[in-house]
Design a protein around this ligand. Structure first.
Ligand SMILES: Cc1ncc(COP(=O)(O)O)c(C=O)c1O
Length: 362
């Protein structure tokens, strides 16, 4: 009998969310499956939509090569391009698309011995100020790349810093900056991440790049975003079990630091999940969990392999009861915001769980 901690991944929900993203945006959509598909399993997720996805996006070549090795033939975009020019060989052999976001990449690409046509996504820094070509150098960079016979296609792209803020002026400025700098260039455009797909139709273009929404989390986290987010389906159910039960009396402390002190006789369930599994240690008492389908609360400090929950009002719960840490009943966004982080971080840190996949068939 192995430790009862399971990440149930519903691939039909992933497929549903991909279709929703594509329909909400229009045009084509690259499914962002970097960081092992935000912790869900990149190969399994990519295979689940391989027959309909317009392409995939990852952060680095190793992620792309493992998708190719798994039989994924659709376009794969490296979101940060290459980190050194030696990668260009595999980029050509495995027919990968690359983001180019800084001057040295342009220089190295143009100087390389390119034997096959390459598709480049030329990234502009329209206001995020992390990576990207400056707007006033963008057109000239585009022309340099376009003049090279081995650059097959150039997609104009940028990324938003504040698309998840419903009223963001900064967001509008980024869109304006992008359009002003690219006016008159006849090439496909890609601007939108999940939040922009759901909440900013003015940023929709030829290609979308949905990430977090594919996994069923609303990027607006309950802020007045788009109603379509309500139709997203959580893909991961992180499920542990009660492994021990005890009653502590009024005034007795629980767990490390005695961070929780019983306000009344409290029936405590110990659950097979801790921060080494990816559950955030910063989640405070009161963070929701569901035990045998009933909502209750985390109590006390999360430890490495265990956490404790309040079973006082769920008398039928006992050793073996199923505990949903996040999923359908407990939104991962809710756990993340209680813990002072975002769903992205929680999902991609899920470790040590047994991954079980369902919903593969169409
Ligand atoms: C360039 C780029 N596009 C799209 C995405 C997907 O973003 P999201 O998960 O917010 O949809 C990311 C994720 O970080 C990204 O870096």
């Amino acid at each position: 009998m192995s430790r009862p901690l399971v990440a149930r991944i519903r691939l039909d929900a992933f497929r549903h969310n991909y279709r929703l993203a594509k329909a909400a945006h229009g045009g084509r959509a690259l499914a962002v499956v970097k960081a092992n598909a935000y912790g869900h399993g990149a190969v399994e997720c990519a295979r689940a939509i391989a027959d309909e996805a317009d392409g995939f996006a990852v952060a680095m070549i190793e992620e792309a090569l493992s998708l190719r090795a798994a039989g994924i033939t659709a376009p794969i975009l490296l979101l940060e391009g290459f980190f050194e020019a030696s990668e260009l060989l595999d980029i050509q052999v495995y027919d990968l698309w690359i983001v180019v976001h800084q001057r040295w990449q342009v220089d190295d690409l143009l100087a390389a011995h390119l034997t096959r046509p390459i598709t480049v996504w030329l990234k502009m820094d329209s206001g995020m100020h992390r990576v990207g070509i400056a707007p006033d150098q963008y057109r000239a960079t585009y022309e340099r790349l376009k003049a090279h016979p081995a650059i097959a296609q150039i997609v104009l792209m940028s990324h938003f810093a504040r698309a998840d803020e419903p009223e963001s002026r900064h967001m509008l400025q980024q869109v304006e900056t992008f359009h002003a700098a690219t006016m008159g260039i006849d090439a496909p455009v890609s601007l939108s991440n999940s939040a922009a797909i759901l909440g900013w139709s003015g940023a929709h273009a030829d290609w979308a790049r949905p990430g977090i929404m594919l996994y069923g989390a609303d990027p607006f986290v309950g802020k007045a975003g788009a109603s379509i987010a309500e139709r997203l389906r959580p893909v991961m159910q992180l499920e542990g079990a009660v492994i021990s039960v005890r009653v502590i009396s009024y005034g007795e402390p629980l767990g490390y630091g005695g961070a929780f002190v019983a306000e009344r006789p409290t029936r405590v369930g110990v659950v097979s999940c801790g921060y080494a599994d990816g559950y955030p240690r910063t989640a405070p008492t009161g963070t929701p969990v569901a035990v045998d389908g009933q909502l209750t609360r985390l109590i006390g400090r999360v430890s490495m392999d265990m956490l404790t929950v309040d079973l006082t009002h769920i008398p039928q719960a006992d050793v073996g009861s199923r505990v949903e840490l996040w999923g359908d009943q407990v939104p991962v966004n809710e756990v993340a915001s209680r813990a002072g982080t975002i769903a992205y971080e929680l999902l991609c840190h899920v470790k040590r769980a047994r991954f079980e996949y369902s919903g593969q068939s169409h």
